[in-house]
Design a protein around this ligand. Structure first.
Ligand code: AMP
Length: 401
């Protein structure tokens, strides 16, 4: 099946046309600066890269442009939009309603709308992308894949915060978790690699990118995850603070006279690796500066790795036996020193990294970097959220055909 995967952000749309059977990417691209000056299309077809500068005024125009590129004799791999079997959309917040990906209907659109209050930055552009696609290709089956779905298996004693219960009952304030598509994809890949059924596989999956989260996967299902009501909770991230005492925010407002929008900006955009180091949100820069002796870069790196270790420790006790620890995403797949430092000192617990294997990763494939005597396997697995969306879309569309 040929599946068009769309990921609509506030000023960008990422797209991939994927053959969901062979897993081949037929073409892909990114439209950036939608509605701004200098908007452009970065398009790749058959290994050829194109940079097309043009005015893309809104999401509707962006989707329309993608559809014309796909069938263009120079840029596109297909002759007609009829060759597309279905469309899969990434949506960040599905709330509590969807534990699986779903075929779009009025009810699903209503739910995405309802959840705008829970994901005000993400759900509106996600929805814009969907509505524009429905307008352009109303006859195509379209599927929504939520970032939160995979985590809907968490039990109430894990997703409920210690607030008065009415905050959950009346306002749905609870742990939702994010990066679900990635955690699910690497979990399936890990089980396949370990040659055991996903239903009896226990994992700790570390998605470490600009946004980072760790999930405890028990019997193939999300049991606990570090992101919470929003993607700010948990690990230190590129620009997000991760876990902090909530009373700090009250202190910032009451005693330091910061406004709520300023505080939101601080914890989302000015904290994390960037805020602690004062250098960058990019782990490559942090590692380099830290090795050059910059104390704040080292501090940011140490906080980042310590939190990973702390969550791994907590999740090992919460799910019991662990088959493997998985590293994925930009930092997880590429940063040798993060993997080494975050697992340092865990040898007694059966987690022993092979330093040589850790340094000699073969890109684009699964690498087992555990030492021969490590009781728990340590895997580096490249994530592929687009393929996961394409596979979910394929599975749903097959059932309606
Ligand atoms: P992602 O959000 O998954 O795309 O990850 C992006 C982040 O991965 C970047 O901001 C970098 O911090 C990090 N990254 C990418 N390549 C490397 C590398 N070779 N070493 C360390 N960090 C990397």
């Amino acid at each position: 099946m040929k599946i068009l995967v769309l990921n609509s952000g506030s000023s960008s749309v990422k797209y991939q046309l994927i053959n969901s059977v062979t897993h081949k990417i037929l073409c892909k691209g990114l439209i950036e600066k939608i509605g701004e000056e200098g908007s452009f299309i970065h398009h790749i077809n058959g290994g050829e890269i194109f940079e097309i500068k043009e005015n893309i005024k809104d999401h509707s125009r962006a989707i329309q442009r993608i559809s014309t590129l796909l069938v263009d004799h120079k840029y596109g791999p297909i002759d007609s939009l009829n060759d597309i079997d279905a469309i899969g959309h990434r949506v960040v917040h599905g709330g509590e309603k969807y534990a699986e990906s779903v075929l779009i209907d009025e009810d699903v659109i209503g739910t995405i709308r309802e959840n705008i209050k829970l994901a005000p930055l993400h759900n509106p552009p996600n929805l814009k992308g969907i509505l524009s696609t429905l307008e352009l290709m109303p006859e195509k089956p379209q599927v929504v894949v939520f970032d939160t779905s995979f985590h809907q298996t968490m039990p109430p004693f894990i997703y409920t915060y210690g607030l008065p219960y009415d905050f959950y009952k009346n306002f749905r304030i609870r742990r939702y978790g994010f990066h679900g598509t990635s955690h699910k994809y690497v979990s399936l890949k890990a089980a396949e690699f370990l040659n055991q059924p996903i239903e009896s596989t226990n994992l700790i999956t570390c998605h470490l990118g600009n946004g980072s989260s760790i999930t405890a996967v028990k019997n193939g299902k999300s049991f606990d995850t570090s992101m919470g009501f929003t993607p700010v909770e948990g690990l230190l991230m590129g620009t997000r603070s991760g876990d902090i005492d909530p009373a700090i925010l009250i202190y910032m407002e009451n005693d330091l006279n910061y406004t709520i929008p300023q505080i939101s900006d601080i914890i989302n955009k000015k904290s994390g690796l960037s805020g602690v180091s004062g250098i960058s949100n990019d782990m490559r820069e942090i590692v380099k500066k830290s090795e050059d002796g910059d104390m704040r870069a080292k501090l940011a790196f140490d906080i980042f790795c310590y939190r990973i270790k702390k969550y791994i420790g907590a999740y090992m006790f919460s799910i019991g036996m662990v088959d493997a620890i998985v590293f994925t995403a930009g930092i997880g797949e590429n940063c040798i020193s993060t993997r080494e430092s975050s697992l340092k000192g865990l040898e007694e617990f059966g987690i022993i990294i092979d330093k040589k294997k850790n340094r000699n990763i073969e890109k684009g494939t699964i690498n087992d970097i555990s030492a021969f005597n490590s009781k728990i396997r340590i895997l580096v697995i490249p994530t592929n959220e687009e393929l996961m969306i394409a596979k979910d879309t394929e599975a749903i569309v097959k059932n309606i055909k």
